[in-house]
Design a protein around this ligand. Structure first.
Ligand code: ARG
Ligand code: GLU
Length: 719
């Protein structure tokens, strides 16, 4: 009976083809692949307004912000908008107890007050070229020892530099080139980029606005967060990238976005340009199962235990709460993502859908007499099965020990210190001790608490030893049985009691009387080393599967592309510039419930809880709300808009992406997805998946009415 139901369910749940709003499209292919559909959905622009290979277009206003976010230029003087959570570490770094910009927000009242951020960059994409033929020719000619050249960033970027020419790169400071693989190495694009490294903080709302709802609301709709921050790009007098200098001037960009405060309505066309990081569209059915049964299962189980312990300590002690807020947030971010992905895998039968697509390919390949495609699938199935145990061990080690126990990350390269201590050179000894002390303080910093780490370590180590077979654990762990009768709690106590890193007193005692012998036998250092070495060994053992896997998958995807022929399919996200489009829309999360697409300040007030740091509403915002002082940013019904949702297909890295209306005007900034939609990294969920976007009217209201920084609006084009 059960089987029968499954078969029936299968025959109805396999979507015939790509859903209308699915896809992260490559700009040079947009015209041919999707433009007609975009116009049918309401787009009023021409394709070259969005992307023009040789002249300025909307894409020139979209930038890579820092390492993993998107940003957009919104003024002719280089203002960049992104999320609060994307600028978070910069805001944090400028904060002190006296000037707590995280808590209170920050607004530069003059250009001089705009704050420099060493290490932060903003990158423009100047040029995108299809270089598939060039790469193919080189791949054929060049030696390929590991068999991975076709995906290797080092190899591909050497080709890029050769193609661009060293002279060109020298004449264009800040210009970088790279070649990236698409469709798992069936297509290649070269990107010419310009990277600016003088990027200054202009303003940010307080965290109670920019992070309103914090972890409870993370991955959730309806949402009420003002998740934005404002920066400015500076350049040298010629407009070229330059390291920070007082004499630098605001960049005069090629292009900036116009802003619309006319608002949005359900079903309006919406599109985003941004830098989605990573998706798994070409997972086989076996990898879907692997992701669910190994990766997600381990992550969810281990983080459940770890977060529970962390939260207990955070609730007990405000000092711990502050130290661990950010660690807790990033742990829960991935944890909730894994739960949402599992939900979608089940809800929309991803495994069966993939199986059906594979079967279709096998049938087609037999007809066309292309045995390499079924063969590739057989190999992929085999590899997933062969790497099962290693993968489980690796995820357990990562989640429970390497990430789970903070002290496994202590500095373990103590050889130079030990050598110096054994020698007679006092100056060298002092220098090494100084370096060790620096490393110690870098690790045992304001976000660390030995008490919390010890408590969590006991839980993590116990669970690790419980779930990973003894023979598959690092050899050093045998001392837990030999010396501590298998009692992991006592072992952890021992580490903290005896290690120089166990508590500040131990460290100062060691510094007063340093000894190579103590250092070399330090049990915590030895434990951390064992974990770090095991990690390396597992990564290397797993990577033995990688080159075969990658080349079989490349063949498999080649088969899919051939089978689908002219039908547009998009390549997996790979942190390159993409466009996604769809509609402003709410959704029904479950029977009889419908979530509307727009939230308002009323909802902020409904969620207000002065007792819970996640939902505190700042006094000034309340006053504006009570006075209905919303200026031109209010909606027709008099309410103040906050966020909206859309069917666009986004992933991590799309944070900060500009949301544009049918005329290409900025209506919002993307900052999250609903948890029901995170499975979209494997397969788009038209009825559930929504991008979560802060309404640009809320952003301008906060700058203008809340922060009193309305002078910034003068350099923007607002309609
Ligand atoms: N879920 C959003 C994104 O991946 C926001 C993450 C930051 N916010 C947080 N509460 N952790 O990644
Ligand atoms: N918050 C994510 C980011 O930082 C975007 C949400 C998503 O994964 O769609 O990139």
């Amino acid at each position: 009976m059960k089987k029968l139901i499954l078969v029936w369910a299968l025959s109805v749940s396999v979507p015939p083809c790509a859903d209308a709003d699915e896809g992260m499209w490559v700009l040079p292919l947009l015209k041919q692949q999707k433009f007609a559909e975009m116009q049918a959905l309401g787009l009023k622009l021409q394709d070259y307004d969005i992307y023009h290979p040789d002249s300025s277009s909307l894409k020139d206003a979209v930038v890579i912000f820092g390492g993993g976010c998107t940003g957009e230029i919104i003024s002719p003087e280089g203002l960049v908008l992104t999320n609060h959570h994307c600028g978070y570490s910069q805001i944090q770094r400028h904060s002190t107890l006296e000037h707590d910009y995280l808590t209170d927000g920050y607004w530069a009242l003059t250009r001089e007050q705009e704050l420099p951020n060493p290490g932060l960059s903003v990158t423009f994409i100047d040029k995108i070229e299809d270089v598939t033929a060039y790469v193919a020719a080189r791949l054929e000619k060049d030696e390929d020892l590991g068999g991975m050249n076709f995906l290797s960033p080092a190899y591909l970027n050497t080709l890029a530099r050769e193609k661009a020419g060293e002279q060109f790169l020298q004449e264009h400071p800040g210009t970088e080139v790279e070649i990236r693989a698409f469709y798992e190495g069936n297509q290649y694009y070269m990107f010419t980029k310009k990277k600016y490294s003088d990027v200054r903080l202009v303003g940010a709302p307080p965290s109670s606005v920019g992070k309103f709802g914090a972890d409870t609301d993370n991955w959730m709709w309806p949402r009420h967060t003002g998740d934005f921050s404002l920066f400015r790009v500076y350049a040298d007098a010629n407009g070229n990238p330059a390291e920070y200098a007082e004499t630098n001037v605001p960049l005069r960009p090629k292009r900036w976005l116009k802003i619309s405060i006319k608002g949005i309505e359900e079903n309006d066309f919406a599109m985003m340009i941004g830098f989605p990081g990573r998706t798994n569209k070409y997972y086989t059915s076996w990898e879907v199962a692997e992701r669910r049964d190994i990766d997600n299962a381990v992550r969810i189980h281990i983080r459940d235990l770890r977060q529970k312990a962390m939260l207990e300590e955070m609730l007990k002690d405000p000092d711990v709460r502050i130290r661990y807020a950010s660690k807790y947030a990033s742990s829960t971010n991935a944890h909730k993502n894994a739960i949402g992905a599992d939900w979608a895998i089940q809800k929309r039968a991803f495994e069966q859908v993939r199986q059906a697509e594979q079967d279709k390919l096998i049938a087609w390949a037999e007809q066309m007499n292309k045995p390499e495609y079924p063969e590739a699938l057989r190999m992929l199935e085999q590899i997933v099965s062969d790497r099962k145990n290693l993968r489980f061990r690796s995820w357990m080690l990562d989640e429970a020990l390497a990430r789970g126990i903070e002290f496994t990350g202590i500095p373990t390269d103590i050889q130079a210190v030990a050598d110096a201590l054994k020698g007679k050179d006092k100056a060298r000894q002092q220098e090494q001790i100084r370096l060790l002390t620096l490393a110690y303080h870098r690790f045992f910093n304001a976000t660390y608490s030995p008490k919390v780490d010890k408590k969590i370590a006991k839980i993590m180590l116990k669970e690790y030893r419980h779930l990973v077979p003894a023979h598959a654990q690092p050899a050093r762990f045998s001392i837990i049985d030999k010396k501590f009768k298998g009692d992991t709690d006592r072992f952890v106590e021992h580490l903290f009691h005896t290690s120089i890193y166990g508590n500040p007193d131990n460290f100062s005692a060691f510094i007063q009387n340093p000894s190579a012998r103590v250092l070399e036998r330090d049990p915590m250092i030895l434990f951390a080393k064992a974990v770090q070495e095991e990690r390396k060994a597992l990564v290397s053992a797993l990577s033995d599967f990688d080159s075969n896997f990658a080349s079989e998958r490349r063949t498999y995807v080649k088969g899919l592309l051939e089978m689908y022929g002219d039908q547009a399919v998009f390549p997996d996200a790979n942190s390159t510039i993409r466009l996604t489009y769809g509609q402003v829309k709410g959704y029904s999360p479950r029977d009889a419930v419908y979530y509307q697409c727009q939230t308002t300040l009323d909802g902020v007030m409904e969620k207000e809880d002065p007792e819970n740091w996640e939902f505190v509403v700042p006094q000034r915002l309340k006053a504006l709300y009570e006075a209905h002082d919303f200026g031109p940013y209010r909606m027709a019904d008099g309410k103040m808009p906050v966020a909206f949702s859309a069917t666009t297909h986004t992933t991590g890295g799309n944070s900060g992406s500009p949301v544009l209306n049918a005329r290409g005007e900025l209506t919002g900034i993307n900052f999250d997805r609903n948890w029901e939609g995170v499975g979209g990294d494997i397969q788009y969920l038209p009825d559930y998946q929504r991008s979560i976007i802060v309404d640009i009217r809320y952003v301008l209201f906060l700058i203008d009415k809340y922060a009193g920084a309305g002078y910034l609006l003068k350099e923007m084009e607002i309609d």
